[in-house]
Design a protein around this ligand. Structure first.
Ligand code: SF4
Length: 359
């Protein structure tokens, strides 16, 4: 059993972060906010895929004003990402944004910090402090050690605390897995503010997915992390998919539909393409059962195995599955028990019909 660290809870609109709130998934838009219609469409697409908070980069007060058109048109809370200029943060808060990412130490002017804090307090908007190894002040912290990242984060935290502001979320990221893990461990030992975890500049594709899974998964297994972002070059939709898989893997979310398949080996029926069949099953099962599973609040576990020697046995936990026999024949099984032999072209339909008996 993981023991999740107890953190304070803050709220970004309808989303609770920290405390006993579920660990949330967030991402960031990848197009300039000035393309308002496309931004709205992208946010809604991300929300549909499971994003629970979406961050948008703002580069000017004018761009912050565009939030007035975007916020009413989207289904998730938004976080404004701002660097240095507190006027943009004020404009975003006034426009109704639900969370702001800005480092108070970078604003420079204490009066500006106070104005942002007052506006955030007034609207119940939390502030996220984000420290990255790449943007750390190297004159002050030449070694950029994990303790330096934490010290830098705490400097920003204290500025907000000195202004009697505690609705804070902190992220400490690096592109190095061990540095990210160690820094977050140190911060969690020192503070009870909720933390946003992830790797920064994690790359693209499989490399990013694996590295993010190791870093985020490791921290979550240690009980550290209240909200996650997988930073992946490319379509932010992929970030959501990877983040979901990480949360499912550590037991934070139940997979609605889990299609498992064997790696195949010399016993696999040479006439059977297990990868192709697994994809076909995944798609068919998702189309047919996703809605009903959501309504019933239960998951479905389906197996596609290359042979009947080990297949049904190895996949005995599955609700139902298919295992190759030979000559294009497959064994349909349910709960580890043989049901009947089916031909390859009827296999998916037979599997769907067998699963229907579960409902
Ligand atoms: S289920 Fe059968 S085909 Fe697949 S890896 Fe195991 S032994 Fe090989």
């Amino acid at each position: 059993m993981r023991n999740r660290k107890k953190t304070r809870q803050v709220r970004a609109g309808t989303l609770a972060i920290g405390g006993d709130a579920p660990i949330s998934i967030q991402t960031m838009t990848s197009i300039p906010i000035e393309r308002v219609e496309e931004t709205v469409a992208q946010i809604n697409r991300l929300a549909g895929a499971g994003a629970e908070l979406v961050r948008i980069a703002l580069r000017s007060v004018e761009s912050a004003d565009l939030l007035r058109r975007i916020i009413p048109a989207v289904k998730v809370p938004l976080c404004a990402d701002i660097h240095f200029d507190h006027h943009i943060a004020l404009a975003a808060i006034t426009a109704g944004v639900h969370k702001v990412r800005i480092n108070p130490g970078n604003i420079g002017d204490p009066k500006g910090v106070r104005e942002v804090v007052l506006a955030a307090k007034d609207r119940g908007v939390p502030i996220r402090i984000g420290v990255n190894s790449g943007s750390l002040n190297r004159r002050k912290y030449p070694g950029a050690a994990p303790a330096d990242l934490v010290a830098s984060a705490m400097e920003h935290v204290r500025i907000l605390e000195d202004n009697n502001f505690n609705d804070i979320v902190v992220s400490i990221k690096s592109s190095d897995i061990m540095q990210t893990i160690e820094a977050n461990r140190l911060f969690a030992a020192e503070s009870d503010y909720p933390v946003h975890i992830g790797l920064t500049e994690a790359g693209y594709g499989l490399t990013c997915a694996v590295q993010s899974a190791v870093a985020i998964g490791h921290l979550l297994m240690e009980g550290i992390g209240d909200t996650v972002r997988v930073s992946m070059t490319g379509d932010p939709l992929d970030e959501i998919i990877v983040a979901r898989k990480i949360l499912e893997s550590v037991g934070e979310r139940e997979a609605l539909i889990r299609v498992v398949s064997c790696p195949t080996c010399g016993r696999t029926d040479p006439g059977l393409d297990v990868l192709e069949l697994a994809r076909e099953v995944d798609e068919a099962v998702t189309v047919r059962f996703e809605k009903i599973l959501k309504e019933r609040g239960r998951g479905l576990h389906v197996a596609v195995m290359g042979c009947e020697v080990n297949g049904p046995g190895e996949a005995r936990d599955a609700d139902a599955g298919l295992a190759g026999i030979r000559d294009g024949k497959l064994l349909l099984f349910a709960k580890g028990e043989k049901v009947r032999v089916v031909g390859q072209k009827d296999a998916v339909a037979a599997l769907i019909a067998e699963i229907e008996k579960l409902f």
